[in-house]
Design a protein around this ligand. Structure first.
Ligand SMILES: [Mn+2]
Length: 340
């Protein structure tokens, strides 16, 4: 850290994420921005998520009541890779008519090409994550839509053979090739379950939008997927069950090594009004941070994370502001759990 850095001062215009002076080389936490939303089916805009979080992050106070001084370990975000933007632009252009047609076009070529471009993105995220993990960094992906962290999860699963994913989301994301797209944002956890056997547990929270096939997939997983449906959790809270008790039950389903895959739409839509597919219900900000606390309380280790589906609105930076603050909490919890 440069000696002139003042954690209490306003962020300088040329500073990095959270107004910090670190390069990825001297930071412990390396954030990988992935501006990709090729298969986004409803509202778009998550391609600007990383930039929105970066710009809003400069307003976040660096001292955190729960986690102290996470910034001291060093946090840096990589520059966007131009290739990812190029792949996104081509894939999004090809995907639009497929989505408009409900997933079926006479010509199979555009769909095949979208899947190919998604695979390029996955491979890039995987290689990038792996490269920084080899340098003993904590790596976090910042999306983009929820297709973006697949390569990151793959890299972590190779390193941690008994990995659990704590998946916060409004959607189950267990669809088998949504609208024909193998690597759809709505299929991320289906793909993780099908292709990454080292992921021993998928624990889902906030889920309130899912199809019957997804429900069956959960039932048939023989306990590998444990879904805490939002409706059941909120009904039990209305009947008097404390969130802390629910958190302990959620965390109890996780193995020792935990990866956070957090879709911002798992929160209440008032906290992410411009996200691609908002759904009523969801966690408050305080509930989400208490969930992080619960993971730490249980002595489990958060090894990595992603935050995705953040989309800035036409004016103001509310969505980015909430996401930057949530991201700082996720980083704080990760650092705390790995230093203990
Ligand atoms: Mn999702």
């Amino acid at each position: 850290m440069t000696t002139s850095f003042d954690p209490n001062a306003a962020a300088l215009p040329d500073s990095g994420i959270f107004g910090l002076p670190f390069t990825p080389d001297d930071a412990k936490v390396v954030l990988v921005p992935v501006p990709f939303e090729a298969t986004t089916s409803y509202g778009g805009g998550t391609v600007e998520g990383p930039n929105a979080i970066l710009s809003a992050s400069k307003q976040v106070d660096l001292f955190d009541l729960d986690y102290g001084k996470p910034y001291e370990a060093g946090i840096a975000m990589l520059d966007e890779a131009p290739d990812v933007r190029v792949w996104n632009d081509e894939a999004k252009h090809l995907a639009a008519p497929i989505i408009a047609a409900g997933g079926t076009l006479a010509d199979p070529a555009p769909l095949a090409r979208v899947n190919e471009l998604s695979q390029k993105m996955n491979a890039w995220v995987y290689e990038t994550t792996k490269r920084w993990l080899e340098r003993r960094k904590i790596v976090g992906v910042v999306g983009g839509d929820h297709s973006t962290p697949y390569g990151c999860i793959r890299a972590y699963a190779e390193r941690y053979p008994k990995l659990g994913i704590l998946h916060l989301d409004a959607h189950a994301d267990l669809r088998d090739a949504y609208e024909g797209f193998t690597w759809s944002h709505a299929s991320i956890m289906f793909n993780v379950m099908k292709t990454l056997p080292n992921v021993k547990r998928l624990v889902q929270v906030g889920i309130r939008d899912f199809g019957e096939a997804e429900f069956d997939f959960i039932q048939q997983s023989e306990g590998r997927i444990h879904t805490f449906f939002d409706a059941r959790l909120s009904r039990a809270r209305l009947d008097g069950q404390p969130w802390r008790e629910q958190v302990d039950a959620i965390v109890d389903e996780l193995p020792q090594d935990v990866y956070l895959s957090w879709d911002i739409d798992g929160l209440e839509p008032t906290l992410c009004p411009h996200t691609g597919t908002p759904v009523p219900g969801g966690l408050s900000f305080a509930q989400a941070t208490a969930l992080l606390d619960g993971v730490l309380r249980a002595g489990k280790r958060i090894v990595g994370f992603d935050l995705n589906e953040v989309a800035p609105g036409p004016s103001g930076e509310w969505d980015g502001n909430v996401a930057a603050r949530l991201l700082y909490k996720m980083i704080g919890a990760t650092l705390r759990s790995t230093s203990a």
